[in-house]
Design a protein around this ligand. Structure first.
Ligand code: OAD
Length: 255
């Protein structure tokens, strides 16, 4: 059987790839100290999602929901991107086309220098007016006003994140699906690959004939379908892949 963690088999494919997509989940930020959702110390083990991350919870007790997001913002504000984020930021320049899709709301990809990120689940640093839908960036930690109100109309602001029972932004989802269906290689990094519709993106890539490279210390439902499976931390595996790619390019193997 083929070794699915063989870098020397991945290199020629990566070197020849024109369109590369990376789709990330909370695992890429784990080494920065941001908790993941599932697993031993996962956020959803400590807090009941339905009490805090639903439109009903917000309607019922906006103050409580905002306290939780304010606490998470304070935790995240102190975190720095890790080597995994940095490699993906660098890859914007490494391929003719590189796209980054994330389920993360922590803003660490942008802090690492990535641009045009498709944030499927929103961004914790953006606040949205519940009346007008306008977005404002806000990096105050803690927030000055609890709960925060719209400076234009005085209505309640909410975190610009997708809650349980809500739909994703159709435009972002459409673009993400299109890019996944049109790529040569898709990296799927640090996600349990069970939350829809994000979990369907690698499937769309697979159906369209792309190679799937999974980076995760644990197996996921995607693992049996992946052409490459690197069982390890994103902050270690992605730099290894990047170093090998640079090496191969330096010695000038033909594309
Ligand atoms: P999960 O908590 O479900 O999965 C995290 C994944 O990261 C697991 O598969 C871990 O094995 C893996 N992991 C842990 N440490 C890692 C590391 N250092 N390097 C690489 N991988 C590592 O998080 P997500 O898949 O992101 O949605 O969760 C998806 C969505 O579920 C979230 O966006 C959130 C949550 O409910 C919303 O809030 C809408």
């Amino acid at each position: 059987m083929e070794d699915r963690s063989d870098l020397s088999r991945l290199m020629p494919l990566l070197q020849a790839a024109d369109r590369v997509v990376a789709s990330t989940g909370s695992g890429i930020s784990a080494e920065s100290g941001v908790p993941t959702f599932r697993g031993k110390d996962g956020l959803w083990k400590t807090y009941r999602a339905e009490e805090l991350a639903t439109p009903m919870a917000f309607e019922h007790n906006p103050h409580l929901v905002w306290e939780w997001y304010d606490w998470r913002r304070q935790l995240m504000a102190a975190k720095e991107p890790n080597a995994g984020h940095r490699v993906l930021a660098e890859w914007a320049e490494s391929f003719p086309s590189f796209s980054l899709i994330t389920q993360n709301i922590d803003g660490l990809h942008a802090k690492a220098g990535s641009r045009n990120i498709l944030e499927l689940h929103g961004n914790i640093w953006k606040l949205r007016c519940t009346q007008e839908g306008t977005l404002t960036e806000n990096y105050d930690v803690p927030l000055e006003e609890m709960p925060p109100l719209c400076s234009q109309c005085g209505s309640l602001l909410r975190p610009h994140v997708v809650w349980f029972g809500e739909s994703l932004d159709m435009d972002i989802l459409r673009q993400s699906t299109q890019l996944s269906s049109d790529c040569d290689i898709m990296f799927v990094v640090g996600t349990s690959a069970i939350v829809q519709p994000a979990a369907s993106l690698p499937m769309a890539a697979l159906e369209a004939g792309a190679k799937i490279v999974e980076v995760n210390p644990e197996p996921t439902p995607l693992t049996p379908h992946a052409h490459f499976s690197f069982r390890g931390k994103a902050g270690e595996i992605l730099p290894q892949i990047n170093d090998s790619l640079k090496q191969v390019r330096k010695i000038g193997l033909p594309r």
